[in-house]
Design a protein around this ligand. Structure first.
Ligand code: FES
Length: 432
């Protein structure tokens, strides 16, 4: 199949696409972020561009005025590339530069419960931090004729004393390493542990005291933007905060359009999942380069998003979230390994998605309610999250009432009325 070069003005970016692709496809390949609220269905009219040179096959559209069409304006999502092209992108058709608000950074000292005095501070408030991934230094009793228990038993016994738990496990690779490391460290070792799926898993062991930092990533998976916080899990300090447009925006700018895109295109779900992972990976790469570390140094990830975003992050079909009676595949999902979803952190890092309550009250809201103290307040508090999707929670430590609606562009367009149009509704949850 012949390929054609498409050059975008004014910045001059260009790419080659096979004949039959649209200008919107070419823009995505070239890294030109066109607005595309309808996900390429030709209904929003946001992706207007002007073809300066070359030929396209573009149907007429009510979204392009007659006089504009006469000067070469087309909808990029509908215009099929038929030759090399030069395309001018009006500023109004571009996603604007993104700004991230990063107030309220958390700094503090972190320790396991076994260390007794774990504490931190959040804007003057005492916070107890116990990361799910942590290091513990253990002094092990030397084996002798009176105590010839196995190396692993020795490790588990010492860990149980420090961690206050007996539910441990190790993988085969670590088991192969343990005998050598224990002796190298003269029976002092540093064990890295992570809590997941009801177990404490020892994932690494090194001789002696290992004070090298360990890193965790918190991700706000927003419909419009993603924000990452890279945290030193030994100190509790947030080292880097950055954000970017969620690259899923190219497939629609609200959750309903994205669910429709996932349902109506064979590889739609894979594309949406790939786009958000691409977004997060680019933020990880930026943070890692800024701090002089590698993505693989990040050992645990916690993600908060609305219910649809959580489904798309994990590649779980979100179909029934928009169909009466609005049932998600899950509101609380088990942790997954980073390699299962393609995150560019340590491949065996656990990814924890914060649990939601219902189809339109997700982990972003529950985490907000917990972090702001609404769920432990004696007073009645109203919590409002104004994003592309809007949610409100009213309540205190005894009860919480949540409701949600489209706060952004979602109310402008409804493609499948009446059964899937609205997600306005309330959900009652127990407080505390
Ligand atoms: S009209 Fe082209 S993306 Fe909406």
């Amino acid at each position: 199949m012949p390929e054609h070069t498409v050059r975008f003005l004014p910045d001059g970016r260009s790419t080659c696409v096979p004949e039959g692709k649209t200008i919107l496809d070419a823009a995505l390949a070239a890294g030109v972020m066109l607005r595309s609220a309808c996900g390429g269905s030709g209904t929003c009219g946001q992706c207007r561009v002007v073809v300066r040179l070359g030929h396209v096959d573009a149907p007429g559209s009510q979204r392009v005025r007659h006089e504009d069409a006469a000067r070469g304006m087309v909808l990029a999502c509908q215009a099929v590339v038929e030759s090399d092209l030069e395309v001018e992108v009006p500023e109004a058709s571009l996603l604007s530069e993104h700004q991230v608000l990063t107030a309220g950074r958390t700094r503090g000292r972190v320790g396991g419960e076994g260390e007794g005095e774990a504490e931190g501070e959040r804007e003057g408030e005492g916070v107890h931090l116990r990361p799910v991934f942590r290091k513990t230094v253990l002094k092990l009793p030397e084996p002798g004729l009176e105590d010839a228990s196995s190396d692993l038993t020795r490790l588990y016994t010492a860990l149980a004393k420090e961690e206050g738990s007996r539910n441990f496990q190790v993988g085969l690779e670590l088991l192969r390493k343990i005998p050598r490391v224990m002796r190298e460290g003269a029976w002092q070792v540093t064990v890295s542990c992570v809590d997941a799926r009801g177990m404490t898993e020892a994932v690494d062991v090194s001789p002696g005291r290992d004070d090298a930092p360990i890193y965790g990533l918190a991700v706000d998976v927003g419909t419009t933007t993603c924000v990452t916080h890279l945290v030193n899990l030994l100190t509790g300090d947030t080292l880097d905060v950055r954000g970017a447009y969620n690259r899923q925006a190219r497939y629609g700018d609200d959750v309903i359009s994205r669910i429709i895109y996932a349902d109506e295109n064979g590889d739609g779900l894979a594309k949406l999942q790939g786009a958000v992972i691409e977004t997060i990976n680019s933020l990880v790469a930026g943070a890692a380069s800024q701090l002089g570390i590698r993505g693989e140094d990040i050992r645990v990830v916690v993600a908060a998003g609305n219910t649809t975003m959580t489904h798309l992050l994990l590649g779980v079909p979100p179909t029934y979230i928009r169909l009466e009676p609005y049932t998600p595949a899950a509101t609380s999902v088990p942790p997954v390994k980073a390699r299962e979803i393609g995150l560019a952190v340590a491949p065996d890092a656990w990814v924890f998605c914060l649990p939601g309550v219902a189809s339109y009250v997700g982990g972003d809201i529950t985490s907000g309610v917990v972090a702001t103290g609404v769920a432990s307040s004696d007073d009645l508090v109203l919590f409002v999250d104004i994003g592309t999707n809007g949610e409100m929670v009213l309540g205190n430590r005894d009860w919480l009432l949540a409701c949600a609606c489209s706060a952004g562009t979602g109310l402008r367009r409804c493609r499948d009325p009446p059964r899937d149009a609205s997600h306005e509704g309330g959900h009652r949850a127990r407080g505390g």
